[in-house]
Design a protein around this ligand. Sequence first.
Ligand SMILES: [Zn+2]
Length: 221
Amino acid sequence: MSERHQLVIGRSVLGRPIEALGFDAPGYAQPRPPALLFGAIHGDEAVTQLMLERLADELVERPPGRETWIVPCVNPDGVLAGTRDNANGVDLNRNFASTTWGTERRPGYHPGQAAEDQPETKAIVELIERIGCARLIALHATYRMVNWDGVGETLAREMAERCGYPPEASMGYPTPGSFGCKYGVERGLEVITLEVPYLDVDEQAWVECRAALRWAVDLPT
Ligand SMILES: [Zn+2]
């Protein structure tokens, strides 16, 4: 059994808690930099929250091979309202402090008044800094692909092999101020964007993604 730590890492615009679940690796595991997985940064992608809650339940019985942090829901106001954006109408995945913040965005994507001015973004940024995560995995829906930024290519290909979704170097459109821009492109960390299908109509999706997610927290160096 792995010990599960539960933390409130911040509050949403409407005051809802944003929770992180932390898991220690077994004492005999080789030291590796911690991993962070997060879901539902877009509120209309609640399937990603369900998937990470399921993974977290499983990690209690079968601990990961490295210190692992899971934030199942970054945008609780958006999930409860069924909106992509947070309660301020900001796309949180355009709100990160990359050098591209606020530039060349597609219509309808609001990056905030300033980079990282949204409480949900700040909560994730502070958690990454506090625990020194080097492997960062963002779950989105619903394209079925494994995208990478920074030094994430090897891991992306390994995960892609396990879930059966294609590995992709680019999302196919500019994403200024995105998580991947800041932590992958600019900071050179291992960043993965796993685009998952809808779990509620496709249990097979869990089986596919589970294999990729366990690989990311269990085995690779
Ligand atoms: Zn998304």
